[in-house]
Write a protein that binds this ligand. Structure first.
Ligand SMILES: *[C@@H]1O[C@H](CO)[C@@H](O)[C@H](O)[C@H]1NC(C)=O
Length: 227
């Protein structure tokens, strides 16, 4: 009986430890802060800098503040640098989005085009392929690649902050996809651009060592990325 209570106690302290670890971990992965009101229609003219955009007087809210057609417009992908183009909904297009902790985007990818490896520091992303064939993948922090081929109707999720890509392997049919994000402003950082076309440049010595390439390679890659 006595030993039963001892082991119960040990179990409880283990459970408590697990609980506190989980609480700590979850606390680190917070989405955008919760709004303290029903909505906060973005006042895009406000000169204030805040975390998000200040709100207009809620009495002036209108149904049109909660709707947008920006994702209905196709974008021209074939002439762009990497063969993709797209639109992310922001608080100017959709003022009612402000503080709700989410947004959406539409991406068009030309045949053989791609959205090169990039990350969103503030959001996880769930994507749905609407047209064409879509190859997607992300690399986790142990450097393992998770890759999938998507057909229209298929979805894939990219965990927050991890490097990922989207690629159209077809040589004739363009891809159309829509993505949802767990932040109103996910932020996007392309690996190749961040490394080779930052302003000012990352020192050549650092890039030569990071990619095991020569001075000439650094110059050539910078030039071909338009840096
Ligand atoms: C993206 O598409 C829009 C609309 O067609 C176009 O105006 C813009 O120039 C395109 N951007 C690039 C980088 O090609």
């Amino acid at each position: 009986m006595f030993s039963f209570f001892i082991s119960m106690e040990a179990n409880w302290s283990l459970l408590l430890q697990i609980f506190f670890c989980l609480a700590l971990l979850l606390g680190q992965a917070k989405p955008d802060p919760d709004p303290l009101q029903d909505y906060c229609i973005a006042d895009n003219q406000s000169p204030l800098f805040t975390n998000g955009v200040p709100c207009i007087d809620p009495n002036n809210a209108k149904p049109s503040h909660f709707t947008t057609s920006v994702l209905s417009k196709p974008t021209s992908a074939s002439t762009s640098q990497f063969g993709f183009n797209g639109t992310v909904i922001n608080t100017v297009d959709l003022p009612g989005l402000n503080t709700l902790g989410m947004t959406m985007s539409r991406i068009d990818i030309a045949p053989k085009g791609s959205v090169p490896p990039h990350s969103h520091p503030r959001a996880s992303e769930v994507t749905i392929c609407l047209k064409g064939q879509l190859q997607v993948g992300f690399v986790d922090t142990s450097n393992r690649l998770y890759q999938q081929a998507l057909r229209p109707g298929d979805s894939f999720v990219f965990p927050k902050g991890l490097l990922h890509f989207l690629y159209n392997p077809d040589s004739r049919v363009p891809v159309l996809l829509v993505s949802g994000f767990s932040s109103q402003k996910p932020g996007t950082q392309f690996a190749s651009r961040a490394a080779f076309t930052s302003i000012p440049d990352i020192p050549d010595e650092v890039l030569k060592n990071a990619f095991k390439i020569t001075n000439q390679d650094v110059i050539r890659i910078r030039r071909s990325l338009g840096g």
